[in-house]
Design a protein around this ligand. Sequence first.
Ligand code: NAD
Length: 496
Amino acid sequence: MSTRTASAELADLPRKPGGVPVTVAFGDGIGPEIMRASLKILLEAGADIAIEPIEIGERVYLAGNTAGIGPEAWESLRRTKVFYKAPITTPQGGGYKSLNVTVRKMLGLFANVRPCVAYHPFVATKHPGMDVVIVRENEEDLYAGIEHRQTDEVYQCLKLISRPGCEKIVRYAFEYARAHGRRKVTCFTKDNIMKLTDGLFHKVFDEIARDYPDIENEHWIVDIGAAKLADTPQAFDVIVMPNLYGDILSDVAAQIAGSVGLAPSANIGEHCAMFEAIHGSAPRRAGQDVANPSGLLLAGVMMLIHIGQPEVAQRVHNAWLATIEDGIHTYDIFEEGVSKRKVGTKAFAEAVIERLGRTPTTLRPVAYAAAGKPFAVPQARPTVPAKKELVGIDVFVHATKTADELAREMQAAASDLFALVMITNRGVRVWPEGLPETFCTDHWRCRYLALPGKQFNKAMVVELLKKLTEMGVDFVKTEHLFTFDGEPGYSLGQGQ
Ligand code: NAD
């Protein structure tokens, strides 16, 4: 943990009065060193920013705030709307919540953008031509953090995917591609298995792709897409995906491009944005002046573009490319025979500052100055309500008996309006006509549907649950079965 306060970190930076207010967190571990180095480069390059330091992370967690962020920090973030953040350390155990997840969700930062670029031949990489941007949905999916234990044996985590969430992230990916001269947007999902949730993401992707005829589009199932990405990243350009796949694959992409120490990320929302390196606080390297500030510096470049200072962003990025090209490398990317000089954090920053105004000769220079205004953050269209009809209910039961025994019991709770049609165990149909080979846990889903020509309603749900309670059935949750404009809003059991 750093012993200096956030304000003390500003002491020797070349600051000028005025500028665009930016909230800055110096973070933990290597955070303060790489943030000071990055800010020094940005300011020397002419960034017109007014730094507002805040305290977040380990010091705040250990003072008893389980979120790691206090009210003054929120006040600054909500006012400046721009957050430049060094990595922080989440203390082990003790119910501490992930600060990153909290900030992303509270500020509505729905898009996580991670450019993963190879710097061949100056940084070792398996994929010399790699230049992929991962656009990850940042708020939904399994990260809603809604988990329950329901029986002795079974735990669940809810995967929530919304249409507005899909629309915003997919449109963001296409807008990003257009603004950055990219030729193709690829979508990764697992909609062959998760037909409703990932199916929605894919469907929205196909709908929105039609608005961008100038940009190629394609969809891959995430498993084979991930294999292709690891093997032939040159096949991809911009890839958009739901939260969990994006979390995993953006680290893979950054690593195979060269080093996680080089990759930046931008977290973009309708109102606010946060910029950070993708790596953590590397506590073992802290205070030694060895860490690579590149990931955080390149996040600063993304921030300057975001706040409308593309000329400064371009100056910094090209000077950084020239430094990498000159073989001036920190230990993590240093390689005998390729690198020329091994430097620490401060000396690396000085080397970049010396090269401000230069462009690389072998690596491709960047050109942000001519790109014009940044594109507007997309919004979702208003949802058109469908005709929603209740047609049945899934009752989940905690029981240690056979499927046939359970079926006899659950059938007794049915009526002349609705019937038990199926029992599944972990999604596999075990009644009627189950297989003796299917392994069963103590967690059963019993599906009741309205009989042909009959209506189902919520009063019948209450009656059913009352009856089950009287019978001593240990039901642990229910899911309503709706149709939307006649389309079932629920999945079938495997084998159904
Ligand atoms: P880490 O990314 O901090 O470090 C892994 C290893 O990568 C380090 O040991 C180091 O050898 C190397 N490394 C990382 N960044 C480097 C850099 N800039 N220069 C040189 N080498 C670098 O991952 P970890 O060890 O799993 O996590 C440490 C802490 O960071 C944990 O408390 C974790 O919760 C936190 N973390 C924070 C963030 C964030 O704030 N955004 C992200 C990830 C992890």
